[in-house]
Design a protein around this ligand. Structure first.
Ligand SMILES: C[S@@+](CC[C@H](N)C(=O)[O-])C[C@H]1O[C@@H](n2cnc3c(N)ncnc32)[C@H](O)[C@@H]1O
Length: 302
């Protein structure tokens, strides 16, 4: 019998985040493991949480899960989750002030204000400013330069919602059951056992090999990291945990690519269609294939 609570999800992602899974959520939902639906899972781990779309779905639907462990290598992002968890009132107040300050200005003045906040954020790494920048920058991107400075340009939105107090309060309630930890995905190992469900949403594997060689940031997720992740999935499998992993399908570009078939041999690999709005390459726009990999078979809920 399924223990799925038919409640509406009240809390939703509070940031736009590259690779956000809202588009793929229905496909992921259909493929969650039977153990999760039947109440046999008591721990949920998400080693690349980003905007957390899948966490928000699962945490509000499967109430028998006792504990959530969310990881990300991005310190600014993790600080933001923890600020919402620990002192949402203070954060809401700061965001309200930023929203008022921004919306009362004319467009050219708003732009100047944005760049001033961006400069300040690069000195103080303040989480309210991070949310403000995310809501007002171009496309809600998070991008830093070599020095680690946030460098996304202004977004020119007419009336962005900067302070969604109701959602932030709901997110804060939900996060009381979660630990949000800054670190590499392998640090999640100590939290995983046979009653754990793990959802992996790593940065996409670069479509062209050269793209990974030209990248500069130390923590870039290169080919070696993708292989390290595949090995980690085998460790998780041996522990008896259930996992679901999403990634881009390299066959979108090269039908002969076999990276995932080789690295994830023995697991279930499914191809699903997803829409990607932003991609500079024409072949990456519109509906493209994504991979969903699981270490369980089973009847999926379609
Ligand atoms: C594709 S995004 C996750 C998107 C998320 N599922 C969502 O719905 O918004 C990948 C995330 O992995 C994080 N990341 C990159 N390298 C990592 C590593 N080695 N360990 C943990 N997190 C990492 C990035 O900071 C980013 O937030």
């Amino acid at each position: 019998m399924s223990i799925v609570a038919k409640k509406r999800c009240l809390a939703k992602p509070f940031l736009k985040w590259a690779g956000g899974k809202t588009q793929l959520l229905m496909e992921i939902d259909k493929r969650l493991s039977a153990e999760l639906r039947d109440g046999q899972i008591d721990t949920y781990v998400e080693p690349f949480v980003g905007g957390g779309a899948v966490f928000f779905l699962i945490a509000q639907r499967y109430e028998l899960i006792k504990r959530f462990y969310l990881f990300d290598i991005n310190q600014d992002l993790v600080n933001c989750y923890n600020a919402i968890k620990n002192d949402v009132e203070e954060l809401i107040e700061q965001l309200r002030t930023l929203e008022e300050n921004f919306l009362r200005r004319k467009e050219s003045e708003r732009e100047k204000f944005y760049y001033r906040m961006r400069e300040e954020f690069n000195h103080d790494r303040d989480f309210a400013k991070l949310i403000f920048l995310n809501k007002t920058c171009y496309n809600g991107l998070y991008r830093v330069n070599k020095k680690g400075d946030f460098n996304v340009p202004f977004g020119y939105y007419k009336k962005p919602t900067i302070c969604d107090a109701k959602n932030l309060t709901n997110v804060s309630k939900l996060l009381q059951k979660a630990d949000i930890i800054c670190g590499d995905f392998e640090q999640s190992a100590g939290y995983i056992d046979e009653k754990t469900f793990v959802y992996f949403d790593p940065p996409y594997r670069p479509i062209s090999r050269t793209a990974s060689f030209t990248s500069y940031a130390k923590e870039d997720f290169d080919e070696e990291s993708q292989v390290r992740l595949a090995k980690y999935c085998r460790r998780i499998d041996e522990k008896g945990a259930k996992f679901l992993l999403s990634n881009s399908d390299p066959k979108n570009e090269d039908p002969n690519e076999r990276f995932f078939e080789n690295e994830y041999k023995g697991f279930r690999i499914e191809t699903v269609k997803a829409s990607r709005a932003i991609n500079c390459k024409a072949s990456g726009r519109g509906r493209i294939n994504e991979l969903l990999i699981t270490n369980y078979q089973g009847t999926f809920y379609v």
